[in-house]
Design a binder for this molecule. Structure first.
Ligand code: NOJ
Ligand code: CA
Length: 559
């Protein structure tokens, strides 16, 4: 495998709206990110992905872009962006933006022009069709946020346009070469400005299986998940290869695809040496327990399920490329609330989850607040929920016969708001996020969970993450941590997640006792050194190590 500039780094996702507000309007901003660049330097993070900050009506929190070349005034100005790029560069920090090109906003000039003249050139930028005379829809696909993917074209009751996501996010027509050229031009414009690359949103959806056709309905609404269409769609890689040649490859950009439902045989073309992307996120764990019926029907994730999914992902990409490893992002519940059972939701358990995920082969991608163990937020009423997908899932649960309280409980477990509450900087009002009123309330636990307290505590989760990041860069161990083979260890031992990272010189054993009871584990060789321990106890004798409840260890072992 070819070595790449980004392999040994640690990446971090910023959700700008909730990061740090510097002008008291309750909305995080670019100046807030600039102010905290030294924080990342200190933590050891070298790649930052910013969720969208482009001009947007924020119908889907910026994933609905009305001007790809502009910064939304709520986040700052282009001067702020330029300053962020240069200040980050001075600190050796790379900036990625979010590339949202499956769709734009219905307020983008392209869509406005399409509405004015659906038969004109901009009509072909989108999927616009005549409404069938019998009042039916061109196909029965369900949009990601509920209801049909088809909505009437404003001003043209006889026409419909396609939106896989919200109706304010019309899909761009990638079959049209003019659309593709416009996109590549924009991508190059940003890369020329000094951006190091992109996280690429919802990208599998750009290739539609045409002509539009129905698939068997999978819910009582008579609609079907978009997955059925995607399974039949072929050719996404050809579009992406063209984009990579036109923009990514000439800039040696780092790109991380948000890819779901890829075809197995396409994996090398996605992230292999000549892949269209540098990497893609591993969503296998996030998909565990998910029901096709909706959030209300999701099953809990057990440690055994988590372990199996991580190892399966590692196996899939062995010899192919690097995945981006995550425990959460802005679309997911907080990892510590989702993967740890209630009895493990303490500092030791959080460190275990941190270490097990961070030490997997691939690029660790932290999400803001993960480093201090931020947790899900509990809403007492659906009116407190901002997230459009959570509001839809609440209705889905009610329609399935759940009472309002049960439906709210489901929403509380999976709402995207969980990860979007403001960053908890300190124990002062609003967790130090803003002097004004935060756009989304701060999690009530900010007095117990905040950065300032954790920076002072040598045993904090934050200091543990810092140690993990330092290990990934340490001259002695980096080779094993970054490139070492991953070999599952004692795979069948229940609630033990353990693996070897076998480098050229060093072999590491990563051990996590994923339960509330002690257990012992056989060692593959003599212990040379304890590199990281989330507890103070360490007992190894007669070829076995004693693991306390929730204990996590990284050991250097003889090979
Ligand atoms: C994935 C993004 O992460 C999510 O937040 C967004 O709603 C959809 N794509 C649509 O852009
Ligand atoms: Ca602000």
């Amino acid at each position: 495998m070819e070595k790449k500039w980004w392999h040994g780094k640690t990446a971090y996702q910023i959700y700008p709206k909730s990061f740090l507000d510097t002008n008291g309007d309750g909305i995080g901003d670019l100046r807030g990110i600039i102010r905290k660049l030294d924080y990342f330097k200190d933590l050891g993070v070298e790649i930052l992905w910013l969720s969208p900050i482009y001009c947007s009506p924020l119908a889907d929190q910026g994933y609905d872009i009305s001007d790809y070349y502009g910064i939304d005034p709520r986040f700052g100005t282009m001067e702020d962006m330029d300053e962020l790029l240069s200040q980050a560069g001075r600190r050796g920090i790379h900036i990625l933006m979010d590339l949202v090109v499956n769709h734009c906003s219905d307020e983008h000039p392209w869509f406005q022009a399409a509405c004015r003249d659906p038969e004109g050139p901009y009509g072909r930028y989108f999927y616009i069709v005549d409404r069938p005379a019998d009042g039916s829809l061109p196909c029965n696909w369900r949009s990601a946020f509920g209801g049909s993917v088809w909505s009437p074209l404003p001003g043209h009751p006889d026409k419909l346009y396609l939106h896989i996501f919200h109706r304010k996010q019309p899909d761009l027509n990638w079959e049209n070469p003019e659309v593709r050229q416009e996109i590549y031009k924009m991508v190059n414009w940003w890369l020329d400005k000094g951006l190091s690359g992109f996280r690429i949103d919802a990208i599998i959806n750009i290739k539609k299986h045409l002509p539009f056709e129905n698939y068997p309905a999978d819910r009582a609404d008579g609609l079907c998940s978009i997955e059925y269409m995607l399974a039949n769609a072929h050719g996404v890689i050809d579009f992406l290869d063209e984009m990579a040649d036109a923009a990514f490859r000439p800039h040696d950009a780092f790109t991380a695809g948000e890819v779901f439902h890829e075809k197995e045989e396409e994996l090398p073309r996605f992230i292999g040496d000549r892949g269209v992307f540098s990497s893609m996120f591993d969503f296998a764990e996030t998909l565990l327990g998910q029901s096709p019926l909706g959030w209300y029907d999701n099953k809990p994730v057990t440690p055994e399920m988590y372990k199996a999914a991580c190892f399966a992902s590692q196996k899939r990409v062995e010899g192919v490329g690097f995945l981006c490893n995550i425990i959460e992002n802005h679309d997911e519940p907080r990892g510590v609330s989702h993967y740890l059972p209630p009895e493990g939701r303490h500092t030791a358990g959080k460190k275990l989850l941190a270490g097990l995920n961070f030490m997997l082969r691939g690029l660790p991608f932290l999400y803001q607040g993960q480093e201090i163990g931020m947790e899900n937020r509990r809403c007492r009423s659906i009116d407190e929920v901002d997230d459009i997908s959570a509001r839809d899932e609440y209705q889905v649960a009610l329609a399935a016969g759940l009472g309002p309280e049960e439906a709210l409980a489901a929403v509380n477990r999976f709402s995207r708001d969980n990860a979007r509450t403001p960053f908890q900087w300190d124990g002062t009002e609003n967790a130090g996020f803003t002097d004004g009123t935060p756009w989304l309330p701060v999690n009530e636990n900010y007095r117990e969970i905040n950065l300032s307290a954790q920076m002072e505590d040598p045993d904090s989760l934050w200091n543990f993450y810092r140690a993990l990041i330092a290990l990934r860069k340490s001259p002695t161990y980096a080779e094993a941590v970054v490139y070492g083979d991953l070999i599952p260890w004692l795979r069948e031992q229940e609630n033990l997640m353990a693996y070897l990272r076998k480098g050229e010189e060093k072999t590491l054993l990563v051990l996590g006792n994923f339960q509330n009871a002690a257990q012992t584990a056989v060692l593959p060789g003599a212990v040379r050194k304890v590199l990281l321990n989330n507890l103070h106890e360490f007992t190894a004798e007669a070829g076995r190590v004693q693991l306390e409840p929730w204990q996590f260890l990284i050991l250097e072992v003889a090979r």
